[in-house]
Design a protein around this ligand. Structure first.
Ligand SMILES: O=P(O)(O)OC[C@H]1O[C@](O)(COP(=O)(O)O)[C@@H](O)[C@@H]1O
Ligand SMILES: [Mn+2]
Length: 643
């Protein structure tokens, strides 16, 4: 249905149309809501949750402004933690306070929460605030919110509601619900600029919390290279599956496959035990923090790690050969091994092999899978394409996700826009058509959606392109020339480990280059920004580049990267006053944060300040609302003319 038909069906009378015009025009004048950008969460659920709950530090700033000079630092800190973790803090309060002290605490807390809610709600319409409330408390909360307790007439009424909530034992429920509403209103929209998955222990819970948060479509995702492996897994790509199982073994995270997604690893474990021994190159990288692993478990993971790595290398050969357009022939490695597997010939050099584990490789036909390897990968594909939970999570990633996003004048993408050294767009030539720049992204996204809709197609171009997105030399999500996984396992010489970043990564410091990218994606080069994740910002390196037009927000939520970045992560905030980059300190544990009331924000840095406060009218939603106003005004004129 077009907009005209839709709106004329919905608003049929002059008063109805007039009311909606008044409503929309009022919304257009409200301040622009706050957007937050995060990336590279890599399964670090607790750190992510903390940032989500504290609105990237915004909750505390709101408390500070709302209760200026009324609270000591300690009171403020305690109150902030109540808003972040209401259920945990309420449990503690019940242990600390009884009788009259507890009653007093409730009365004070109710009053404060209502004031804070009113303060965070000023930017929004009543209808939007209502939608952010728990439905069961809407009536009560609105009564408290819109009735001023300071008017003598209303005072008794106001306190009666509060007393009744306490007497009827609904006080804790109301506090929890209201804290969540405040969290929601503090940041209106979350952008996840890729890599929810990989390494960290609980990407599934990150997705679950995003699903919950997204009830009003307030989340979007730009896929990262690691997310693609999981989407690819659900889409039946054996290559994506082999890679992600390998990485899960490497980071001692196999339990997410078995316990969370119900992927059966029995066949793989049996094969691994039969052909592989202990091998230092394949020992898992880190123990899960919640439980140290036993020696037997370590050995088993090491064996599984080798078995799946070898299946991956064998699957790569035929894929590279059937897709010459990927230009990855130089990644054919198993056929460069000497017959006794002691050396390998690469680019005219002979390198010794260390920690080799080629028991299943036939030198005469190195890419052939043994029947039992074939069985293992078939059963994994079967498990991945049939995991109900994985599909629910990947459906969400597909639904809310895309290769890139143009949103309120900015361009959001995880990795890069592939270019040559001169900054010319490069890409892929498929069936005679060359795709570069925005077209490359669109072509890859169309194929990704096709592959996801056809999980039984396993070696078609669309499915192979999923693997290309992970590792291909011109993949916008990978951004490097080669993924030297094989060399890193088996060759000592570090020269062979180089992966070579796309020229984008040094060119992106240049404002003219960023303007060119913005133009390519049909955005205003003067006011737009490019926002990337993917490459951890090294200590001492500036995440804000190109005259503030290019911002990299991969600050290392992922623990293994914190050594490189020296911090715990970044969040970029864009509100009506401008843009700010928030730096988070490494997050220890949830229990520690709650017990010691330790927040993880350290600094805020202004990226850009607006000359005057931006309104909804200057956002994408505003543009859509303006179109509605135009249509409604036209309809009003028609009705007045008797049409
Ligand atoms: O640190 P590890 O486990 O060896 O992983 C290194 C590999 O990960 C990659 O960096 C890709 O993962 P990221 O996108 O998280 O960086 C590859 O380029 C590289 O080969
Ligand atoms: Mn990445």
């Amino acid at each position: 249905m077009d907009l005209y038909s839709e709106l004329t069906a919905k608003y049929q009378t002059v008063p109805a149309i007039a009311t909606e015009i008044i409503n929309l025009e009022a919304i257009l004048n409200l301040p622009k809501p706050t957007e937050a950008f995060m990336s590279d969460i890599h399964g670090e659920y607790n750190a992510f949750q903390h940032v989500l709950r504290n609105g990237s530090g915004n909750v505390k700033s709101k408390i500070r402004s709302c209760f200026r000079d009324e609270m000591t630092e300690t009171t403020l800190q305690r109150f902030a933690f109540l808003v972040y973790y209401p259920s945990e803090r309420l449990t503690a309060i019940h242990q600390e306070l009884q009788g009259d002290d507890l009653q007093q605490w409730y009365l004070t807390t109710f009053r404060r929460l209502i004031r804070l809610l009113a303060f965070t709600a000023t930017k929004y319409t009543r209808s939007k605030v209502r939608k952010a409330m728990a439905p069961e408390f809407v009536y009560i909360t609105e009564e408290l919110l819109y009735n001023d307790a300071d008017t003598p007439d209303k005072l008794a009424y106001y306190w009666q509601i509060i007393r009744n909530l306490i007497v009827l034992e609904q006080a804790d429920e109301w506090i929890e619900a209201t804290c969540r509403t405040i969290q929601r209103l503090t940041v209106d929209h979350f952008h996840i600029v890729g890599d929810i998955y990989d390494r960290g222990p609980a990407p599934d819970q990150v997705v679950e919390s995003l699903i919950k948060r997204d009830q009003r479509h307030s989340v979007d995702i730009q896929w990262g290279n690691h997310d693609i492996l999981w989407i690819g897994g659900a889409a039946g790509s054996a290559l994506c599956i082999a890679n992600l199982v390998r990485i899960s073994a490497r980071y001692n995270n196999l339990s997410i496959l078995e316990d969370v997604y119900g992927i059966n690893l029995r066949h793989l474990a049996r094969l691994a035990e039969q052909y592989y021994q202990d091998n230092p190159a394949f020992s898992p990288k880190m123990g899960r923090s919640d439980r140290p692993i036993t020696e037997a478990e370590r050995l088993q993971i090491t064996q599984i790690h080798q078995a799946i790595a070898m299946i991956q290398f064998k699957l790569e050969g035929p894929a590279i050969k059937r897709r010459p357009e990927f230009e990855m022939d130089h990644r054919l490695l198993l056929d460069k091994l000497a017959a006794d597997f002691s050396t390998i010939q690469l680019n005219g050099h002979t390198y010794p092999i260390t920690n080799g584990c080629f028991a299943t490789v036939d030198p005469a036909d190195p890419y052939r899978l043994l029947p039992e390897e074939q069985e293992v990968i078939d059963s994994l594909v079967e498990s991945f394409t049939h995991s109900e939970k994985l599909h629910r999570h990947m459906d969400f990633l597909m639904d809310r996700g895309s290769m890139y996003l143009r949103y309120n004048r900015n361009l959001l993408l995880h990795g890069c826009v592939p270019v040559d050294e001169d900054g010319n767009f490069i890409g892929l030539t498929i069936e005679g058509t060359t795709y570069t720049g925005r077209q490359l992204f669109d072509m890859l996204e169309a194929n990704l959606r096709l592959a996801y809709s056809q999980p039984t197609e396993k070696a078609d171009l669309a499915t192979d392109l999923l693997w290309y997105l992970w590792t291909g030399p011109n993949s916008p999500l990978f951004g490097k020339h080669d993924m030297t996984t094989f060399e890193r396992y088996f060759i000592k010489d570090p020269a062979t480990h180089a992966e070579g970043r796309n020229a984008y990564y040094h060119l992106r410091k240049d404002p003219d280059f960023i303007k060119k990218i913005l133009r390519e994606f049909v955005l205003d080069p003067e006011v737009g920004h490019v926002i990337n994740g993917h490459t951890p910002v090294k200590k001492g390196t500036d995440p804000i580049m190109a005259n503030n037009k290019m911002i990299v927000i991969d600050g290392g939520f992922s623990k293994p990267y914190q050594k490189t970045t020296g911090i715990g992560g970044y969040t970029l905030l864009d509100n009506s006053y401008g843009m700010q980059l928030v730096t988070h300190q490494p997050f220890t544990t949830k229990a520690d944060a709650i017990a010691n009331l330790t927040d993880i924000i350290s600094t805020r840095r202004v990226v850009e300040t607006e000359a005057r406060r931006r309104t909804v009218a200057e956002t994408d939603i505003g543009t859509a609302l303006q179109a509605e106003v135009e249509v409604l005004k036209r309809r009003l004129a028609e009705l007045r003319n008797g049409d």
